[in-house]
Structures are given as structure tokens and as C-alpha cells.
Design a protein around this ligand. Structure first.
Ligand code: TNX
Length: 473
């Protein structure tokens, strides 16, 4: 049976600590005012109009042990006090309040003390196989932040398309972002540097870090089409719009390669406010192991040269990793000696195992879009795992966080993005935020059901998974 009244713990991701005061509620009305220090004015505005001595009080103050993103929320009969050490903590606390207020605006009484398990809680969107505009990316981000996702990884380049303007190499987007690019030629377009900067700023205002990826040395057919001098024999190659992987490569033994890579990474560093640049590095099936390591020896230090930390897909763990390099594990296999060794040497790991968090996997056999190379991925499977136990050598301390990629080979619209993202992304967000001991599928399953009517009302085309008891409309 569904409970008739909402409870203080009815939040996704589940807070670390919830102490309900069942007899107490506070109702937000048109007269409710929000008071906050000036620095928190825009965060506070998400809750309602400002006013001195408001019933909703935001305070920037040290809250014991809750860290940069943690917050303490107290709801009494006379109002609400939200405290955090930093603005990010207030912002996530506001997301909690907005979830609790949904519908009747009645807030259940009690205290929440919350902080994330992991600093990096990510979602990735593949703009290369199908392009999404800056406005579409921003709208997607607005849905992600409700679940306290704080990193948006943009896969900007691949065999089928190049989606970021590089002024020194204009043909990358003139050709690689032009008509007929993307899988089946159905996803043309690219971001100008101004549009990309706008997305970065929009994300930063929402405490989200954009993590841009230029995939190399493989997954570069679009770059080779635009600049044939980058190919092994200097001869032009044909554009490709199929979904094969592993057939293209930059040439490790050529200076021209590194001039190209440095131009691209420097351009990207200049317009990226966050601390990371992702250099890809996956599935280089047509690069010899020796060339792969030689290429990475030159390229892994480049983000550092421009003030950024390098991230790569976990294949980069086959190379010598500079200090600070981050490895993103994506295979479903439960062992990888190179990644274990990288973690043992102090390199941080982001966990993205395809059989748990790849949002492009089909939910079940009848899912009309998506892939199934890592198996089917129902919501419970995305929820019911522990990132600190996926790889033997990668425990809690080695993990920077958890991220859910969405590859776009089979996507043709924003509705497709949303269908594969919801309700699985909320499951992954809870894996990344909530302490393992507090997580429980039966509870998540109930809590996520409440989002059905909200997504319906907002026109979000989510998947009505039969695993969830959605309220009848
Ligand atoms: C593997 S995951 C890829 C991508 C594909 C994806 C499809 C990874 C680092 N590489 O090129 O789009 O599978 O699920």
C-alpha cells in the first residue's frame, strides 16, 4: 500500500540521515518568504520570494562534518532552516526541499542531515552520434540537478561527428558538424565556442561542472575527414555514419598529430571553467599497443599544461599515468589488472560499468531504442550494486565517483534521451550520493513512483517501467 501522506524521507537520492517529527508539518503558501545572505540570493530564489525574517531561512555557516556539498535541514511547525557551509550545500538542500514540497506544498517535519558519498556524480551525453543543441542540453541539465548530479560530461567528438567549434581548425565543424553527420546522418550540428561557454556558465550557476571530452587517438574519423593530413598516408577518408567502433586512429609517430591535439585541448581549456579535460582513449583497436602508449605519453600531460586534470576511459591505465590522472572504468567485466594497479598507485577512479549505468542499454527486450551489448538494464539492476565492490582493487577510497553515460547511436530526439534517462538516472544518482548502508531497492522503488505524475505534468517522456508501481493517472 502506498502511504497516504508523504514522509520526510521521500527524497531521491535518499538523504544520509532522516529524523522525522511525524506530528509536525509546515505548509508553503503564497505569503511564505525566504531569507538568505546576499551570496545565496539566487539559490534562495528557487524557493520563493525574498523577505526579511522569512519562514524559510537559508544560512551559510559551518555545519559539523557535512563537507562542501552537505546541508542540514530542519522543518518545524513555524518554518524551515537550511544550513550549509557552502553555496553548493544550500543548492542541494533546496533540491531536497523542492522534492518534499512537490504537489500540495506541505513539508513533513523533522531534521535531515545529508552529504554525498562521492564528490563526482556524473551524467554523460554523446553529442557526436546525435547532436543536441545548447538549449536541449540546458533543459536536460535542469532535470538532472533535481537528483544532485554535479558533473555533466559532454562527449563532443567521435567517428560520426565533431561538435565543438575550434576556430583554428574550422573544417572540423564545417564538415564534421555539417549535414549528414551523426549515426545514419540524422544528427547534424555543433556548438559554437560561445554556445559551449553559455552551457558551461549555465551549469556552473547550478553547481554542475561540465567535463568536455575529445575522444582520441581512436574514434576520430570525423577529424580525419576534415583534415586528411592527419591520416597515416595523407589520403582523404570517407565520412562514416554507421555505429562501428575501433577503425580510426590518429598517427602516434607524427608531429602534426600533436600540433592538432594541442590546439584542440588549449581551445577547450580556455572555455572550460571546471577542472577536468577528458581525452577519451577507449577502444583504440586500430592503434598498436606501442603507438597507443607513445600517443598517451605525449597527450596525457597536456591538460595539466593548461591547468586541468586529465580524465580518460580506463584503457589509459595501460600507459604511465601522470599524478592526478583519473581513470573512468566502463567495462562490465569485474576485473582489470591495469585499473587495479592505477588505483594502487593513487590514481582516482570514476565507476561507469556498462552493465549497471549505461543509460543507452535497453531496459528490457521490448525497449524500442538503445543497445544491448552489455545486456539488458532494468531499473533495479542500475540501482542494486555497490561501486566500491565492482573491481577488487578499487575500493571506496580510490573512487572519485560514479557516472552514467548515455551514448546516442540510437537516439533521434530529446524524448529519446528522457526515455532512457528516467527513471534509471535517479537510481544511479542515489548510488552516487547515498551511503550504501542507507540504500534499499524496495524503498527506492516506492519513492521513484512519486515522480511519475511530476514527469507527466512536466511533459517528460519517461519509461513507465513495470518494475515500479506508478500511481494511476
Ligand atoms: C562503447 S564506452 C563505447 C562507445 C559506444 C558505447 C555504446 C566507451 C568508452 N566506448 O563508443 O558508443 O559502447 O554503448
Amino acid at each position: 500500500m502506498r502511504p497516504l501522506t508523504k514522509r520526510l524521507g521521500d527524497v531521491i537520492p535518499a538523504p544520509a540521515l532522516v529524523v522525522p517529527e511525524p506530528a509536525v508539518t509546515f505548509t508553503i503558501t503564497p505569503d511564505t518568504r525566504v531569507s538568505a545572505p546576499p551570496a545565496a540570493a539566487s539559490v534562495a530564489a528557487r524557493l520563493g520570494p525574498p523577505g526579511d525574517d522569512g519562514q524559510l531561512r537559508l544560512q551559510l555557516t559551518d555545519v559539523d562534518g557535512l563537507g562542501a556539498e552537505g546541508y542540514r535541514l530542519e522543518i518545524t511547525g513555524s518554518g524551515v532552516t537550511l544550513r550549509a557551509a557552502e553555496l553548493a550545500g544550500l543548492f542541494w538542500g533546496v533540491q531536497t526541499l523542492l522534492q518534499l514540497a512537490a504537489g500540495d506544498r506541505v513539508l513533513p517535519g523533522g531534521v535531515i542531515e545529508d552529504r554525498p558519498r562521492f564528490a563526482y556524480r556524473g551524467a554523460m551525453l554523446d553529442l557526436a552520434r546525435h547532436f543536441f543543441t545548447a538549449d536541449e542540453i540546458k533543459a536536460h541539465l535542469d532535470l538532472l540537478i533535481q537528483f544532485k548530479i554535479n558533473h555533466l560530461h559532454l562527449h563532443l567528438t567521435d567517428d560520426q561527428g565533431w561538435r565543438l567549434e575550434i576556430p583554428d581548425r574550422p573544417r572540423l565543424t564545417e564538415i564534421g558538424g555539417g549535414p549528414g553527420t551523426g549515426c545514419d546522418g540524422a544528427g547534424p550540428g555543433f556548438l559554437t565556442l560561445a554556445e559551449y561557454s553559455d552551457v558551461v556558465a549555465y551549469a556552473a550557476e547550478r553547481f554542475v561542472t561540465v567535463v568536455p571530452e575529445i575522444d582520441m587517438p581512436g574514434h576520430v574519423n570525423a577529424a580525419l575527414v576534415a583534415y586528411p593530413e592527419l591520416t597515416a598516408d595523407g589520403r582523404p577518408v570517407e565520412p562514416r555514419t554507421d555505429a562501428e567502433v575501433g577503425y580510426s586512429s590518429l598517427v602516434a609517430g607524427r608531429e602534426e598529430t600533436y600540433a592538432f591535439v594541442e590546439t584542440v585541448l588549449k581551445t577547450l581549456a580556455d572555455v572550460t571553467s571546471g577542472p577536468y579535460l577528458h581525452i577519451g582513449g577507449d577502444e583504440c583497436l586500430s592503434t598498436s599497443a606501442e603507438d597507443y602508449r607513445a600517443f598517451l605519453a605525449r597527450v596525457l600531460p597536456l591538460p595539466g599544461k593548461y591547468g586541468k586534470r586529465v580524465i580518460g576511459w580506463h584503457e589509459i591505465a595501460a600507459a604511465d599515468l601522470p599524478e592526478g590522472a583519473i581513470v573512468q572504468y566502463w567495462r562490465p567485466e569485474r576485473q582489470d589488472a591495469n585499473v587495479d594497479a592505477a588505483a594502487a598507485a593513487g590514481r582516482a577512479v570514476i565507476m561507469s560499468p556498462a552493465d549497471r549505468v549505461y543509460l543507452d542499454m535497453k531496459y528490457d527486450a521490448s525497449t524500442p531504442i538503445g543497445l544491448d551489448w552489455a545486456g539488458l538494464l532494468p531499473v533495479e539492476r542500475a540501482y542494486d550494486w555497490d561501486p566500491a565492490r565492482h573491481l577488487q582493487g578499487v575500493g571506496e577510497q580510490a573512487l572519485l565517483g560514479v557516472a552514467a553515460p548515455l551514448w546516442s547511436e540510437t537516439l533521434r530526439s530529446v524524448d529519446d534521451v528522457r526515455f532512457l534517462t528516467f527513471p534509471r538516472l535517479p537510481a544511479v544518482a542515489e548510488v552516487a550520493w547515498t551511503p550504501q548502508a542507507v540504500r534499499d531497492w524496495a524503498s527506492f522503488r516506492e519513492r521513484v513512483a512519486a515522480f511519475g505524475p511530476r514527469w507527466d505534468a512536466a511533459g517528460v517522456a519517461y519509461f513507465r517501467s513495470p518494475e515500479i508501481d506508478w500511481p494511476s493517472a
